[in-house]
Design a binder for this molecule. Structure first.
Ligand code: 2AM
Length: 484
């Protein structure tokens, strides 16, 4: 009898190779296929040699080797290639078979594809996979969503290859219908942008205001990684600070300050704008990358526009403690905002999200993994209906404790002309969030003044709208297009 495979994979780039090696190491037989077919043989005779793989040279061969219900996973370039492969595979599958997209797809595409594949009698899973190449090989965080009936058939494979935390709890669970998994992965990436940006701002304060060397910063980040900020991104930052170029000087000083991006942060920002969620920290982090990319214009402007020269005369250790508090406070805001976005999306798209479960999926394997996510899990365990992370007692107390130092850092950055858009805007968000009153009464007055958009009054029930004839010339006709 010819060998059969538990799952098939299309796309033998590094993520695909590592993911199937991970599956094989857990006892699964995997059939593999790639558009450029030589890569199949290269893999079977190379990294896959002597292992339980079946090399397929066509989609037909791939599908023919699979056990039923067939599971075909794609790890190909996001966008059109995914749609093309779906169309190619569909004709070879039967009702109940499962197509899985493990790439970084945009969640509206996954919503559309789930509907399309289900309309053909098949099942669809769009799963976020985070952790980079190494995560894919040793245990990524996985965020699957799509056709719920598919989950029992892929659960064992997914959970066995996923990262584990707290004595074997997998960083993978069913997220929700259609695009929910890819949405959660997108928010993960947005949070990653935010975490990286605030660490970058702390780095600039250390470098430009405190005049610290890369070696000194290595010490600080190493220490921070044993405290509240314990996380993968702080850990790798500490290692980056210590890394020397061939000439013995810090590698970090040789790298051009021009950030790249693949667009997932931008998607998160767009989703927040669409859903009306104040996702300020991630938004600023995406814009900060855009500003960094305008390198040539910045170099030009630096010669033309003057500003304060950073000067520090205080207690350096005290400032470093403040900086740690600023990072911690801003991180709480970033996750609070990210969860706010998840909750708004759940309402909009009809997803039943398990917020503590999402924290657990992010707790290990992925780029934003941190001890901090354990505290988020606890907050939702305590109150599964928690409406906002800042309303949880633990996080409320933590931002209260962090804010004095955080304010001093923001003030110092602003006074010394050091840009800290994410640290400062997060603090502004905190102040806005804890304000019972904001100056939006004036906005409403202005809108009513120029456009008769009407306003509600504090001395009348909500939902009653008023108009004032501010100039005596506008008349009493109100705008019918009232937008609240
Ligand atoms: P390739 O090896 O034939 O280039 C990551 O790039 C993976 O996506 C690779 O397996 C790659 O196949 C595949 N891929 C990229 N663009 C593709 C396309 N337009 N159609 C099909 N597969 C594609």
């Amino acid at each position: 009898m010819t060998k059969t495979a538990d799952i098939g994979l299309i796309g033998l780039a590094v993520m695909g190779e590592n993911l199937v090696l991970n599956m094989e190491s857990k006892g699964y037989t995997v059939a593999v296929y790639n558009r450029t077919v030589e890569k199949v043989d290269n893999f079977i005779n190379g990294r896959g040699a002597g292992k339980n793989f079946i090399g397929a040279h066509s989609i037909e061969e791939l599908v023919a080797s699979l056990e039923r219900p067939r599971k075909v996973m794609m790890l190909v370039k996001a966008g059109q290639p995914v749609d093309d492969f779906i169309d190619q595979i569909i004709s070879h599958l039967e009702p109940g078979d499962i197509i899985i997209d493990g790439g970084n797809s945009y969640f509206p595409d996954t919503i559309r594809r789930t509907q399309y594949v289900e309309s053909k009698g098949l099942l669809y899973v769009g799963t976020g996979v985070s952790g980079g190449e190494i995560g894919a090989l040793h245990g990524p965080s996985m965020m699957p969503g799509g056709s719920a009936q598919a989950w029992p058939f892929v659960k064992d494979i997914f959970q066995s290859i996923a990262a584990k935390v707290d004595n074997g709890v997998p960083c993978c669970d069913w997220v929700g219908s259609d695009g929910a998994g890819h949405f959660v992965k997108m928010v993960h990436n947005g949070i990653e942008y935010g975490d990286m940006q605030i660490i970058g701002e702390a780095y600039q304060v250390m470098k430009d205001l405190l005049g610290m060397s890369a070696d000194e910063m290595h010490e600080v980040f190493t220490k921070w990684n044993t405290e509240e900020l314990d996380s993968y991104l702080i850990e790798i930052t500490a290692e980056i600070m210590a890394y020397k170029d061939e000439d013995g000087s810090p590698m970090i000083d040789k790298i051009l300050d021009k950030a790249g991006q693949k667009g997932t942060g931008k998607w998160t920002g767009s989703a927040a704008l669409e859903l009306g969620v104040p996702l300020t920290l991630i938004g600023e982090s995406v814009f900060a990358r855009f500003l960094s990319a305008q390198k040539d214009m910045r170099v030009e402007a630096s010669k033309l526009i003057s500003g304060p020269k950073p000067e520090f005369s205080g207690d350096k250790q005290a400032m470093l403690n403040d900086l740690k508090m600023a990072l911690y406070g801003a991180k709480i805001i970033s996750y609070a905002q990210g969860y706010n976005l998840l909750m708004a999306a759940a309402k909009e798209y009809g997803w039943q999200l398990d917020y503590g479960g999402i924290a657990l999926m992010w707790r290990g394997g992925c780029i934003i993994r941190s001890a901090f996510l354990g505290d988020i899990k606890k907050a939702f365990d305590t109150n599964p209906a928690l409406a906002h992370l800042l309303l949880d007692n633990f996080f409320k107390q933590k931002v209260e404790l962090a804010q004095d130092g955080w304010r001093r850092v923001c003030a110092a950055a602003l006074l010394n002309g050091i840009p800290a858009p994410s640290l400062t805007s997060a603090l502004c968000y905190l102040d806005g969030f804890r304000s019972a009153w904001l100056p939006a009464n004036l906005l409403q007055a202005q809108r009513d003044y120029f456009g008769a958009h009407t306003y509600e009054r504090i001395d009348k029930p909500r939902g009653q709208f008023f108009h004032t004839n501010w100039t005596g010339e506008g008349g009493n006709t109100v705008s019918t297009a009232y937008n609240n």
